[in-house]
Design a protein around this ligand. Structure first.
Ligand SMILES: [Ca+2]
Ligand SMILES: [Ca+2]
Ligand SMILES: [Ca+2]
Length: 421
């Protein structure tokens, strides 16, 4: 007899009946120069040394084929020297070397407090859910992490209800898929009729900077879509074990399981241990019971179990917690991709098609999975043990650390060794 899994771990969203629409926009920071250097192109390079010398500067290396030279200047004087050199007739142009941060030109980026919390409040597109202002920097510092890596090409397996095949912001990230559920794929909607896997996948890897929707925490990641939950959100230990094996064979570096069951399964544990022994980082939701009750696979030793926090870095009331839980991540009112057709979760929770909010440790787990994927493409990415250790040791020790969860709320910026966390 199959043991039935719980139907994903998304809690009901709260419908608050708010009426104001959120203004679209993006959170691109103002531009600023890289300290201590500027770019100068001379009309005649033979004049360079003389012109630069008048300002106490020396010539620097050429920038590829551009003809511009990278000139070292005293920090803080970049703009002043750009202006002064620009007035010289020997100079074709002088400009600051602009600090480039990951673009965030995704229309709903400002709803993604989990990635960058500026204390924003917002109302979802159809006006049914208002998210109250949170606490600045109660987030995983994803934008800062992207200055180091966007996780290009790292494969994350989403063991879930499938990923919609026609979604503008996530479907193209799926590099392979397989169905281990009892749903027969007869129509495009059957790939994720439930709606859970599409939301989880978007949290990991929605395309960034495409002027559409949202951004994943690991925008460069690829998705392996293992459908183990059927159109009602149910599956079996055996199905999930098959999904894990498949993901390992397809080169997954991280496996996310936003699902769980109350009873341990030796088959499921064996699949998890095999994946770990093959070098995969495994992440799972801690559960939404609001108690300390263990949930599997999250409770297995080789799985990072994830609790949910809100936009004030407080434990979500629904989140399972306890010392067996490894880390926390935002899981309350997380904005991500949804099927564009009517999904089961969408109907249950009165969600807008395309994008909307879901809450649950199901939403927290993929944030951690994506963070692990980013770490794989840094110098810490030498083994799954090393990646896991980095994700856990770099977490911010928010209130509850050591009791609600062992290691804190994850911080992608610190995990990848970026500056400005
Ligand atoms: Ca931040
Ligand atoms: Ca996008
Ligand atoms: Ca921070």
């Amino acid at each position: 007899m199959k043991k039935m899994l719980t139907a994903g771990l998304a809690a009901m969203v709260l419908v608050l009946g708010a009426v104001t629409a959120a203004a679209p926009g993006n959170a691109a920071p103002p531009s600023s120069p890289v300290p201590g250097q500027i770019l100068v192109k001379f009309r005649d390079n033979s004049a360079a040394a003389g012109v630069l010398g008048q300002h106490g500067l020396t010539d620097g290396p050429a920038i590829g084929s551009t003809g511009a030279h990278l000139i070292t200047v005293p920090a803080g004087r970049e703009l002043q020297l750009v202006a002064a050199l620009g007035r010289s007739s020997a100079v074709e142009y002088a400009e600051p070397d602009e600090l480039v941060t990951a673009a965030t030109a995704d229309p709903y980026f400002d709803r993604q407090y989990a990635l960058q919390n500026t204390g924003q409040s917002f109302t979802n597109t159809d006006g049914t859910v208002t998210v109250a202002a949170g606490t600045t920097d109660a987030d995983v510092d994803a934008v800062e992490a992207w200055n180091v890596t966007m996780g290009t090409g790292v494969r994350v397996a989403i063991i879930d209800s499938g990923v919609a095949v026609n979604h503008e912001d996530i479907s193209s990230k799926v590099v392979d898929r397989a169905n281990f559920s009892d749903t027969q794929i007869l129509a495009p909607e059957d790939y994720d009729q439930y709606g859970h896997g599409t939301h989880v996948a978007g949290i990991v890897a929605a395309t960034a900077d495409n002027s559409l929707g949202v951004a994943g925490v690991c925008p460069g990641c690829s998705i392996l879509d293992a459908k183990v939950l059927n159109s009602s959100g149910s599956g079996s230990s055996s199905g999930i074990a098959k999904g894990i094996d498949w993901a390992v064979g397809k080169g997954a570096k991280v496996i996310n399981m936003s699902l769980g069951q109350r009873v341990s399964s030796r088959t499921l544990e064996a699949a998890v241990n095999n994946a770990w022994n093959q070098g995969v980082v495994i992440v799972a939701a801690a559960g939404n019971a609001g108690t300390q009750a263990q949930v599997y696979p999250g409770a297995y030793l080789n799985v990072i179990a994830v609790a949910a926090t809100d936009n004030n870095d407080a434990k979500a009331s629904f989140s399972t917690y306890g010392k067996w839980v490894d880390v926390a991540a935002p899981g309350v009112r997380v904005y991500s991709t949804l099927p564009t057709y009517t999904s089961v979760l969408g109907t249950q929770n009165k969600l807008s098609p395309g994008y909307d909010i879901l809450s649950g440790t199901s939403m927290a787990s993929p944030i951690v999975a994506a963070t692990a994927a980013l770490v794989w493409s840094t110098p810490s990415g030498t083994s799954n043990a090393s990646v896991r250790a980095k994700v856990e040791s770099s977490a911010d020790p928010i209130t509850g650390t050591g009791s609600y969860w062992a290691h804190g709320r994850v911080n992608a910026c610190k995990a990848v060794g970026a500056a400005g966390c």
